[in-house]
Design a protein around this ligand. Structure first.
Ligand SMILES: CC(C)(COP(=O)(O)OP(=O)(O)OC[C@H]1O[C@@H](n2cnc3c(N)ncnc32)[C@H](O)[C@@H]1OP(=O)(O)O)[C@@H](O)C(=O)NCCC(=O)NCCS
Length: 255
């Protein structure tokens, strides 16, 4: 089966559909999105799409195998669109996707929706996260595990957003912080490592680092995370760059 972007968009499969380029800077950056159907997943699709099946996923449930496959198909299509040779993207330490030389990127999947943000610059740090707006027990879990007391109070005291949307947004922003900074920090850090300061403008969530994670990510460092609320999904992302001193600054939004 062909797996380049033009084929995938023109001939959506039962497994992967509605493939869209959400953002593109020719040969520099691409963001792709698609929907995957767990019920249409079959293990043979890995071979058909020429994606290595990771031994780690042998005993994983179909949902996990299918989201992994959807993410890798998008990653592969993104590399092709950036005119980069495809190299299998292995699962690295702590689950980090190991991108080919010269490339930084990030993958996210949630409830049948998948996104991939890739830049042709390995000096950049990239993170993306999508979440379905949480309700019920999963909202309760986010509130208790990902937000601190002050953040929970803010969620319920403010009126600009539905409380569930803002709680999901803060959770997603923290996951994006983790994915973005992981290649620098190189170890796990939990939700207490960043605190939510507030929303700036229309689409920036401001967070501050609560304890030093790296020389370039000291206590108090502000990290700006971009976000978009699209129906029942929240998406957050960031692209950070290192300057000569090794400090980080947020890349301005494209367009
Ligand atoms: C790793 C984690 C962020 C993934 O988020 P998620 O909402 O569960 O799942 P998503 O679908 O959005 O993302 C999964 C993808 O993230 C990527 N990922 C996993 N570990 C990663 C890491 N250490 N660094 C960067 N990316 C990572 C992978 O591409 C993975 O998909 P794949 O295994 O199919 O390739 C989350 O499971 C986690 O462990 N969170 C706790 C750490 C945290 O968020 N700390 C907050 C710091 S302020």
């Amino acid at each position: 089966m062909r797996n380049d972007l033009s084929f995938l968009t023109e001939q959506p499969s039962e497994f992967l559909s509605k493939i869209a380029i959400l953002r593109e800077e020719k040969d520099e950056l691409i963001e792709l999105e698609a929907y995957y159907a767990v019920e249409a997943y079959d293990r043979f699709l890995f071979d058909a799409c020429d994606i290595d099946f990771p031994p780690k996923l042998t005993n994983a449930v179909p949902k996990r195998q299918s989201e992994f496959l959807a993410g890798r198909i998008l990653a592969r299509a993104a590399l092709e669109r950036l005119h980069r040779a495809y190299v299998p993207i292995a699962i690295g330490e702590w689950g980090y996707p190991v991108w080919p030389r010269g490339i930084s990127g990030s993958i996210s999947h949630s409830h049948g929706k998948c996104a991939c943000l890739v830049v042709a610059d390995e000096a950049k740090l990239v993170g993306i996260d999508i979440e379905k707006v949480s309700t019920g027990a999963s909202l309760e879990a986010i509130l208790q595990e990902a937000l601190n007391l002050e953040e929970r109070q803010r969620v319920f005291e403010q009126t600009a957003f539905d409380a569930a949307v803002l709680a999901t947004l803060i959770f997603s922003a923290k996951e994006t912080v983790y994915k973005t900074l992981y290649p620098l920090v190189r170890t796990f850090f939990g939700f207490e490592a960043a605190v939510f300061n507030g929303i700036r403008g229309n689409n920036i969530a401001s967070l501050s680092i609560a304890h030093s994670l790296h020389d370039a990510v000291p206590h108090g460092k502000e990290i700006s995370i971009q976000f978009e609320i699209d129906g029942e999904f929240v998406k957050t992302w960031s692209i950070l760059e290192r300057d000569m001193q090794g400090s980080l600054s947020a890349r301005p939004p494209a367009g």
